[in-house]
Ligand binder design. Structure first.
Ligand SMILES: NC(=O)c1ccc[n+]([C@@H]2O[C@H](COP(=O)([O-])OP(=O)(O)OC[C@H]3O[C@@H](n4cnc5c(N)ncnc54)[C@H](O)[C@@H]3O)[C@@H](O)[C@H]2O)c1
Length: 259
């Protein structure tokens, strides 16, 4: 039986590289999907592709009123909201801290951190009304260490870890579980297109060749973990953090010739 029959899942950044993979997979496993995003054209195309049990809501995660509208869209269209995936995220153009514009700092924190805060705030009453559910915040392996030239992004994703743990404590008695997934380098526009204000994409500077699993991650890799964490199979998992990075954060592996 599909794992998400009769459940409604809201995915932010739902038209993006990972978000659209999550949306398609939840839908294939029986869920009603609410695609939250700022790209109305892609949202409409994804709804057309899915056919039934799908709607798009224009959701800028930094805007509290569009969060209210998204939760309302879920409940009025499908009856409940059961799963929230705080997936929307942006990266800063690479720069040292001393050359980072405070407006850039604020913008990255607004989307990556405040966006998830506003999402949990808006969704919590609906998740309670549904009798419980799950929230997953999408972090990054950059939340596990420092990364030169990415201070706003790194700080935003570190802070998301604290938000996750606190939300897990606050919502646990309401049967709402809250977890974080930390993807490594995943093949999406995020790495193949330059960040706003940057000239080259991260993919130009990154090779997975030295790492334990020497390939880029695919959105589906993250999707599979996300579906497990939001399913009833994970009913005892909350406040946890899952790294899915092919070993990236372990550090470089030696080439086999070195053994
Ligand atoms: N791709 C990677 O290598 C990688 C690695 C670690 C973490 N992540 C995280 O994964 C998540 C998904 O990224 P992706 O790889 O799919 O990249 P992506 O660029 O394909 O998707 C990001 C999505 O977020 C949306 N978005 C941006 N600002 C928004 C806003 N204000 N409100 C609502 N939506 C907004 C974009 O429109 C886009 O659909 C992000 O949180 C990102 O930080 C990505």
């Amino acid at each position: 039986m599909p794992r998400f029959d009769d459940q409604t899942v809201l995915v932010t950044g739902g038209t993006g590289g990972q978000g659209s993979s999550h949306v398609r997979a939840f839908h294939a496993e029986g869920a009603n999907v609410v695609i939250g995003g700022i790209d109305t054209g892609r949202g409409a195309a994804l709804v057309d592709e899915l056919g039934t049990r799908a709607c798009f809501t224009r959701l800028d995660v930094t805007d509290e009123s569009s969060w209210s509208a998204a939760v309302l869209a879920a409940e009025s269209t499908f009856g409940t909201l059961d799963v929230l995936v705080n997936n929307a995220g942006i990266q800063n153009p690479p720069a040292t801290i001393d050359s980072t514009d405070p407006a850039t700092w604020s913008r990255i924190l607004d989307v990556n951190l405040t966006g998830a805060f506003l999402g949990i705030k808006a969704a919590a009453p609906a998740l309670r009304r549904a009798g419980g559910g799950a929230v997953v915040n999408i972090g990054s392996t950059m939340a596990l260490g420092g990364t030169a030239h990415y201070a706003p992004y790194v700080a935003s994703k570190w802070a998301l870890r604290g938000l996750t743990r606190t939300a897990a404590l606050e919502l646990g008695r309401d049967h709402v579980r809250v977890n974080t997934i930390h993807p490594g380098v995943i093949a999406t526009p995020f790495i193949h297109e330059p960040a706003a204000g940057a000239t080259a994409p991260i993919a130009d500077f990154y090779s997975p060749e030295p790492f334990a699993v020497p390939r880029l991650g695919e959105p589906a890799d993250v999707t599979q973990l996300l579906m497990f964490l939001t399913s009833s199979d994970a009913s005892f998992i909350t406040g946890a953090e899952y790294v899915i990075d092919g070993g990236l954060h372990l550090g470089p592996a030696l080439r086999s010739e070195a053994a």
